[in-house]
Design a protein around this ligand. Structure first.
Ligand SMILES: O=C(O)CCC(=O)C(=O)O
Ligand SMILES: [Fe+2]
Length: 301
């Protein structure tokens, strides 16, 4: 088992002509700015997805291709709970890395964020099994940035890669269009937390305050990928189909992102899980450019 990361840094030059044609157009970039999300064409080859599914199953059986030192403090579900969440899987399993670090993923992210660099921040392998009577497997309304107050950048982007066709009954990720523009509305913040299984209070708020909002469910075909800005409010509903819904989510930093010290109202410093994993910089603060956990994936040379 190797502890070496694949050090290949992709760039636009790694895309073939067909792939370049699938990059977001000027109009797509405008759409992303306005709506806060973008769904790509089919950009991940079918064989890579088939192999990622095998890689996910092997990961669940406990197999690893790369060893990551001190990997604790991150979600690592051991059982077939209705919503299974395992983090930093691209650093541990080669087939999941092949999809997550695919040059098209970083190239689209860099194009949408208008950034010169894309660096990993985190990833999650999310398996949503069909709903059981007691457990419904909801991801409650949230913004991803709410988990990372220690990040300076408002451009961090999440990539959601379903590993099969995702139909509406499978509980695809669902965005509120344009909700990244609500980021300074403090009244909203109390509603969302990652495993908030109660979607109703926020629904009431929306009814009263955002009557005209539009929701977009990412019912994507296998190989399509959706991208959302870290301030976009989103959730996912129960999987009422008969099949499991497997998705790889990647959280990517743009070039500007660095660590910042932040404090709770009571003065206590906020420390997120990743701060305890990564190396420190010269000032003793978490280094969000740590090559082990936050490798550089793309440079827009
Ligand atoms: O896969 C899901 O249901 C939710 C994923 C999510 O919240 C994200 O990708 O940011
Ligand atoms: Fe999310």
């Amino acid at each position: 088992m190797s502890i070496e990361l694949n050090k290949k840094i992709n760039s636009f030059a790694d895309l073939n002509e067909r792939e370049r044609a699938l990059l977001p157009s000027e109009q797509d970039i405008l759409f992303y700015k306005e709506s806060g999300w973008y769904a790509s064409d089919i950009v991940i080859p079918e064989d890579l997805i088939a192999s990622a599914i095998e890689g996910a199953d092997a990961f669940y059986r406990g197999e690893r291709d790369y060893k990551v030192a001190n990997i604790n403090e991150v979600a690592n579900s051991q059982s077939e709970m209705v919503l299974r969440n395992n983090e930093f899987v691209t650093l541990q399993k080669k087939e999941l890395r092949a999809v997550g670090f695919h040059p098209m993923i970083s190239a689209i992210a860099a194009t949408l964020c208008n950034t010169s660099e894309i660096r990993l921040f985190a990833d999650s392998l999310l398996c949503k099994y069909p709903t059981k009577a007691q457990e419904r497997g909801i991801v409650g309304w949230h913004t991803d940035k709410a988990y990372w107050p220690t990040c300076t950048s408002d451009k961090i982007i999440t990539v959601w890669i379903p590993l099969q066709d995702c139909t509406i009954d499978m509980g695809p990720v669902t965005y509120i269009d344009g909700s990244h523009k609500w980021k300074n509305e403090t009244a909203l913040k109390s509603f969302y937390s990652f495993n908030n299984q109660n979607l109703l209070d926020f629904e009431d708020y929306l009814k009263q305050n955002k009557a005209n909002h539009k929701r977009s469910a990412m019912t994507l075909k296998k190989g399509q990928v959706s991208f959302h800005n870290c301030h976009v409010i989103h959730c996912s509903l129960p999987n009422t189909s008969q099949k499991r819904r497997l998705a790889l989510a990647l959280h990517l930093q743009d070039a500007s992102n660095v660590y910042q010290k932040v404090y709770k109202d009571n003065g206590e410093q906020i420390v997120i899980g990743y701060d305890k994993l990564c190396a420190n910089d010269a000032d003793g603060n978490p280094n969000y450019k740590d090559e082990q956990f936050f490798p550089l994936l793309f440079r827009a040379d």
